[in-house]
Design a protein around this ligand. Structure first.
Ligand code: ARG
Length: 448
């Protein structure tokens, strides 16, 4: 216990405001932030090289947040004081837990999002590879969950890929906004020490700083945007999960999910329950709940730091870990998914038939009612086959195998381009972080 002055000795009261348990998720990031702060104090001449070295060594040794502290920041500072002695107390200068936690959260979210973006690229690749195998595999499409028009499985998979790649782009741009440093902004108005905030930002691999110190210390809007986009991704994935449950059900039976993804019943041995997709569908809802919880905590808070912000922290990682686990499961699923050969309902050719009549000169509404009449009196037959129906589609984004081939090529190019921009971005971050290591290495030589 280092900061507490108001003196409650009641465990229940202390525990109520402590973030020790949830701080484990950001332990490594908090240490990195402290290292950058110590280096900056040294570069400013506030502390000697020897003190900087002693403190950095103590920071690196810090592994455990003991109970009884308010949070990781207090525990770390106390650890430094114990290891280094009074000189260690310099770390409290020009710094607040407010700017340190805000910085650590952004660092952690950056890592999480980079991992998710990588995973999503792999998932996109799996889905596109599967699409390549199924360019002419007939497949049903639905509106209102009723059979609509014939399509191909590749066409469905291209839909899946586009849902993911659109989210990918938005998540990447949220990352770029998020990757700005709050460090050096103190508790709310900065400090009288001339910290170079841009240099601190560089050392931690940020793209720049959150300029205003009120915003830097107390805004969580970029964090919320990040999980909002992840939740939106989960919404799309959860709809796809629902499709897969439906299409693989033996009532419908167009898809067979890999054995790794289904589970039987303890009572009914014939069952192949699509359990992973059921969980995914539920987890989509959980992410909406997580997002709603953080939004509800955030809404109406006065600007400037409030402890309510601390209570939002654990929710961010709940969301990112759900997303990561979901992507893993989907990769396995799309690798092993199979289409079951099964006749499509030929009434789904009714639109093609009406369009054929219309393209031969009959106003569409008239053609539509003629075909409808035939369908209603069970006399509908079409001159067009299911295969031809798919080939007749003439617009971009449709299942026509020739058009789809083009779309597939474009999707692969987009995938390569995205993968390159992610690599470039990661390398940029790594090269910036290298600067912190150079100064740290120099400091570490002291006294050797
Ligand atoms: N543990 C807090 C958090 O995670 C940081 C502490 C800020 N506390 C304070 N009294 N200003 O947000």
């Amino acid at each position: 216990m280092l900061y507490r002055k108001w003196g409650s000795k009641e465990d229940a009261v202390i525990k109520y405001t402590s973030s020790v348990d949830s701080d484990y998720a950001i332990l490594e990031q908090v240490k990195k932030v402290m290292e950058a702060h110590v280096v900056e104090l040294y570069l400013n001449g506030v502390i000697s090289k020897k003190t900087a070295r002693d403190i950095l060594l103590a920071v690196k040794e810090f592994k455990e947040i003991k109970q009884g502290y308010e949070d990781v920041h207090e525990a770390l500072e106390d650890h430094i004081l114990t290891k280094v002695g009074e000189e260690g107390g310099w770390v409290g200068m020009a710094r607040s837990r407010n700017d340190h936690v805000a910085t650590a959260l952004r660092l952690k979210m950056r890592e999480e999002i980079l991992e998710i973006l990588e995973d999503l690229l792999e998932l996109r690749k799996v889905v596109l590879n599967k699409a390549m195998e199924h360019k002419t595999t007939l497949f049903p499409s639905f509106t209102h969950l009723q059979p609509a028009q014939p399509t191909t499985f590749a066409h469905y998979l291209m839909y899946v890929e586009e849902e993911i790649s659109s989210r990918w782009g938005v998540i990447f741009s949220v990352l770029k906004t998020l990757n700005r440093s709050p460090l050096g902004s103190g508790a709310i108005v900065g400090t009288n020490v001339r910290l170079n905030r841009k240099r601190e930002a560089e050392m931690l691999g940020f793209d720049g700083v959150v300029v205003n110190t009120v915003s830097a210390t107390s805004s969580r809007a970029d964090m919320i945007s990040a999980i909002a986009e992840l939740a939106t991704l989960m919404l799309s994935l959860s709809r796809i999960a629902e499709d897969l449950i439906f299409l693989s059900s033996s009532f419908v039976g167009y898809l067979r999910l890999p054995d790794s993804q289904v589970s039987t019943s303890s009572l009914m041995p014939q069952k192949r329950n699509a359990v992973t997709m059921e969980v995914l569908r539920a987890k989509g809802g959980e992410c909406v709940g997580i997002l709603t919880s953080t939004m509800a905590m955030y809404k109406g808070l006065p600007s400037g730091y409030d402890l309510d912000l601390q209570e939002m922290n654990s929710y961010y990682w709940k969301c990112t870990s759900i997303v990561k686990a979901t992507i893993e499961v989907l990769k396995d699923l799309f690798q092993g998914i199979q289409v079951v050969k099964k006749d499509l309902d030929s009434s789904t050719l009714a639109t093609d038939e009406a369009e054929r009549l219309a393209l031969n000169g009959k106003p569409y509404r008239q053609a539509y009612f003629e075909v409808k009449e035939m369908v209603l009196s069970d006399k509908f037959t079409s001159k067009i086959t299911l295969e031809e129906s798919v080939k007749l589609k003439a617009v971009a984004g449709s299942p026509n195998p020739q058009i789809l081939e083009e779309d597939l090529k474009e999707a692969l190019t987009r995938l390569e381009r995205d993968s390159k921009s992610l690599d470039d971005y990661e390398n940029l971050i790594l090269s910036k972080i290298g600067q912190l290591r150079v100064v740290e290495d120099d400091v570490m030589q002291e006294g050797l």
